[in-house]
Design a protein around this ligand. Structure first.
Ligand code: PRP
Ligand code: MN
Ligand code: MG
Length: 179
């Protein structure tokens, strides 16, 4: 275990099982359709890569980069689009893939932006959900794990751009971000 990590909350194995379940669920849900699966960079990159391998219906992918946290452990509340989608999504079934929903600010902003582009449907899948952090009314259509109110890192989630590569979800030692 990495030195800055206090405790492993969700193991690599547990994540793997859950991602497979979510993939099976989505494959049924999108049977006969051709959804555009959108990864919200950077946090969702690992989940996206693992999830799409578990989806058995034909899909297309795109990537969008947004950021609201910067180097803080709290959302700034201001969502910036750093990279937009490559092509038009008019008339498409959209599946947004996110690593975590905390305050809900990032996704409520994004869902709004995407819905204005005359899509057929928008659904949200998040691997992690922290309902205790919510400041806006937003729920995922599908969520993997419910997380307690701790600052977690790993499996795509960062603190100041670090720890994204950890294969598990870990709780960061408080001294790492309070110093
Ligand atoms: C994190 C995370 C989600 C968002 C969730 O992204 O990946 O996208 O915050 O928080 P919220 O529900 O309070 O909006 P971040 O802005 O840190 O960018 P990153 O994905 O590049 O790390
Ligand atoms: Mn993110
Ligand atoms: Mg981040």
């Amino acid at each position: 275990m990495q030195n800055d990590i206090q405790e492993i909350l969700i193991s690599q194995e547990e994540i793997k099982e859950k991602v497979a379940e979510l993939g099976q669920h989505l494959s049924k849900e999108y049977e006969g359709r051709n959804p555009l699966v959108i990864c919200i960079l950077k946090g969702a990159f690992i989940f996206m890569a693992d999830l799409v391998k578990e989806i058995t219906v034909p899909i297309e992918l795109d990537f969008m980069a947004v950021s609201s946290y910067g180097t803080s452990t709290k959302s700034s509340g201001e969502v910036k689009i750093i990279k937009d989608l490559d092509s038009s999504i008019e008339g498409r079934d959209i599946l947004i893939v996110e690593d975590i929903i905390d305050s809900g600010l990032t996704l409520s902003y994004l869902v709004d932006v995407l819905q204005r582009r005359n899509v057929k449907s928008v659904k949200l899948v998040t691997l992690f959900d922290k309902p205790s952090g919510r400041t806006v009314n937003l729920e995922a259509d599908l969520a993997g794990f419910i997380l307690p109110d701790a600052f977690v890192v790993g499996y795509g989630l960062d603190y100041a751009e670090k720890y994204r590569n950890l294969p598990y979800i870990g709780v960061l030692k408080p001294e790492v971000y309070s110093s």
